[in-house]
Design a protein around this ligand. Structure first.
Ligand SMILES: C[S@@+](CC[C@H](N)C(=O)[O-])C[C@H]1O[C@@H](n2cnc3c(N)ncnc32)[C@H](O)[C@@H]1O
Length: 238
């Protein structure tokens, strides 16, 4: 995952755009409306723990599997209702990911590796879930796809694919950093509309509420969350 920081927003964004800080860089000169877009969030947190015991759940892009493991350990969670997946193939899992995957299997959870969020039918055929959760989706690339940020393209294609695997009244859940920069990257409302969903509801997210969760970057084992203090969970339904 690419993360950019700076003493000011302007410095962080100019590093993201040009690879190094630009003297006098004006974020307002960018094409996307960085300075005006602000997420309207519900004050509530999405009740992951309650939801996990009320229907089947599919986790996508789990990285080191620590988020789904923490939830699956809950005494009321039933492992057989949970499927947890990584994008990485088994031979590329980190030691931590491998150990967490083994713990999930011991809890009765189905673990699958090499699952592409944008092609869920390849793995799940006609199977449906009450909710499909992708925590901090991120492609390790800045190259645009079809003229769009690759992360916007990822979540648009993910939402389209997930739509074929949702039960009636099912929902897709995506958590990201809550900042105008990330909102400009993902463009959640636009992705929802393109994929045939209502505009998302937005909840607070605090990673510290999830015991054992250690967020993992896309291309290394570190966490980029330490550089941020606001996160948002988006829920999408049709
Ligand atoms: C920032 S990491 C977050 C990992 C984990 N969800 C967490 O919260 O720690 C982003 C994850 O998205 C995954 N990813 C990227 N493209 C994907 C795709 N097309 N399908 C499924 N996962 C993908 C990466 O493999 C990586 O594990």
């Amino acid at each position: 995952m690419y993360e950019f920081s700076g003493r000011t927003l302007s410095e962080a964004v100019s590093k993201a755009v040009y690879g190094k800080p630009q003297v006098g860089f004006d974020t307002h000169a960018l094409q996307w409306p960085l300075h005006i877009k602000k997420i309207e969030k519900l004050s509530d947190h999405f009740p992951f723990q309650r939801k996990i015991i009320s229907g089947s759940t599919l986790f996508i892009g789990e990285g080191n599997f620590s988020f789904s493991l923490g939830l699956a350990k809950h005494k009321q969670a039933e492992g057989f209702r949970i499927v947890s997946t990584s994008f990485e193939p088994e031979k590329k899992l980190s030691d931590t990911a491998y150990e967490n995957a083994q713990k999930l299997v011991r809890l009765g959870v189905t673990v699958k590796t090499g699952v592409n969020a944008t092609k869920l039918d390849e793995t799940f055929k006609t199977r449906r879930f009450m909710r499909i959760i992708f925590q901090f989706p991120n492609v390790a690339s800045r190259s645009s796809v079809c003229g769009q940020n690759p992360n916007h393209t990822l979540i648009t294609r993910f939402l389209k694919s997930a739509g074929n695997h949702l039960s009636n009244a099912g929902e897709v859940v995506i958590t990201t950093v809550d900042s105008p920069f990330y909102e400009g990257v993902f463009k959640m409302d636009e992705a929802a509309s393109k994929a045939g969903y209502h505009p998302p509801r937005v909840f607070n997210f605090n990673p510290n509420r999830y015991s054992g969760y250690s967020h993992q970057n896309t291309d290394n084992e570190e966490s980029a969350l330490d550089n941020h203090d606001a996160f948002a969970t988006f829920t999408f339904s049709r």
